[in-house]
Ligand binder design. Structure first.
Ligand code: PA5
Length: 435
């Protein structure tokens, strides 16, 4: 199997190679401390070795329930969750699905729909319209079991399901994915919910895509979770504590972004040239924003979809304040092939492209963009995936997780808590008169 490839050649115009490689002992010690669980927030480091610890029994349990759901002719599987309890699933689902999956009739697996990630009255009403008279099942995912957005979504959807399928059947069509012992959701298991899966207490939401949080809905949607885990496991090895800095892509990525930040590059833009990766960037933004953004520190993570956003954000990236750097995720091979046809009259003057693959044009746009942005003062980090599949997404997501933990420790903060998220909740609950 090939690996994702990281290139930092386009940052050396802005930070010296030495300033990055001088960090190597520090970074390797940090990676050791993540594995030894000796650093800040060490009660939330279960994710570091998790991919290699997932048992055959756990995978079989997931596969069993997903084939039961499929055999039940379920059309939609509604994933109710917010933040780390839904973004990883949405990222993989979108990255690996047909672009127009929701319009496909005989897809062969239940389609995923998402709820509980907003407080949208219209959103929920319109979702119920879609689910009226359809066969569907619910996964309610919340580690704490107390988050308001999914709790409201679950109450509304469960009521709808009961009305449609009856109380006993509805109970069997609901899966709770939550803490093994704590929380309101866990207390509902056995009473109003028949099926449940556990979220390890030592794995926080944004690091949980390789737990039941991501694996259950992805298996139900028909994806090969064994290969997804294998990708993560291989990246776990490739970024392990015994791997030299020069051979560890996550160590190099973390050291590079830290060095850029030291030169007042305050914003990292994750860019893709493959629109299926839009939600991968949303997942990445949560991972880095909640992990790094605290005590007045952290690189602000944002994202763009190219070439679409070259016609909007591209202007700022090219000529705006020079406090940004860019990380591009490039996909080498497309799933499909399409060639630009020759036209006899050449009315639209496109014959100079005739015979070229669409992806060849996209790749030239990518090359041209990187050169323009680097020339314009934007350092560029490049990550190339051989193709979009379960294996390389497993690699990529584990790579970002371990690099994020490393980045947090380089900033001397705890990357595994999110105290700032509580502030809006306090105000909202006071305004709502929560007892
Ligand atoms: O990363 C995190 O821990 C958070 O973003 C959570 O995933 C998010 O707040 C949802 O929490 P819960 O799963 O407890 O409902």
């Amino acid at each position: 199997m090939k690996n994702l490839e990281l290139s930092i050649d386009n940052v050396f115009k802005f930070v010296s190679k030495d300033s990055i490689f001088d960090l190597k002992d520090k970074v390797i010690n940090i990676i050791k401390s993540l594995h030894d669980k000796t650093g800040r927030g060490n009660d939330f480091l279960g994710w570091v070795n998790h991919p290699s610890l997932i048992s055959e029994e756990e995978i079989s349990k997931i596969e069993k329930i997903s084939s039961e759901i499929k055999n039940n002719n379920i059309e939609f599987f509604v994933v109710i969750g917010i933040g780390g309890s839904y973004l990883g699933t949405k990222a993989v689902y979108d990255a690996l699905s047909d672009n127009f999956i929701q319009l496909k009739k005989d897809h062969g697996h239940p389609k995923l729909l998402f709820a509980g990630h907003n407080i949208g009255e219209d959103y929920l009403s319109e979702l119920l319209d879609i689910l009226d008279n359809k066969k569907y099942a619910l996964a309610v995912i919340s580690k704490s079991g107390t988050t308001l957005e999914p709790a409201i979504g679950f109450r509304i959807l469960r009521k709808h399901l009961i009305k449609q399928a009856g109380e006993a059947k509805a109970k069997d069509l609901i899966i709770a994915i939550t803490d093994p012992v704590k929380g309101i959701l866990r207390a509902m298991v056995g009473k109003t919910i028949s099926n449940s899966f556990e979220i390890p207490p030592d794995i926080g939401g944004r690091y949980s895509v390789f737990t039941n949080v991501g694996l259950v809905p992805l298996a139900v949607a028909g994806f090969d979770i064994r290969t997804f885990i294998k990708g993560a496991k291989d990246m776990q090895k490739q970024t392990g504590p015994d791997i030299p800095f020069e051979e560890n892509p996550a160590a190099i990525y973390a050291a590079t972004r830290y060095s850029l930040n030291k030169t007042h590059k305050k914003i990292e833009i994750l860019a893709n040239f493959e629109n299926r990766l839009h939600y991968l960037a949303e997942w990445w933004k949560q991972l880095y924003a909640e992990s790094e953004g605290k005590v007045g520190k952290g690189i602000y993570p944002t994202s763009v979809d190219f070439t679409t956003d070259l016609h909007s954000m591209g202007q700022y990236i090219q000529e705006g304040e020079r406090s940004i750097f860019e990380t591009i995720i490039s996909v080498k091979k497309t799933k499909r092939k399409m060639v630009i046809p020759e036209e006899e009259t050449d009315e639209d003057k496109l014959n100079y492209l005739a015979g070229k693959r669409i992806d060849e044009v996209n790749k030239m746009a990518e090359k041209g963009t990187i050169k323009a942005h680097v020339d314009g003062g934007v350092p560029n980090i490049h990550i190339e995936l051989p193709e979009l599949n379960e294996y390389y997404l497993g690699q990529l997501m584990y790579f970002f997780e371990i690099a994020c933990g490393t980045s947090g420790y380089l900033l001397e903060i705890n990357p595994f808590n999110q105290p700032g998220v509580e502030e809006y909740k306090k105000n909202m609950f006071a305004l709502l008169g929560k007892p």
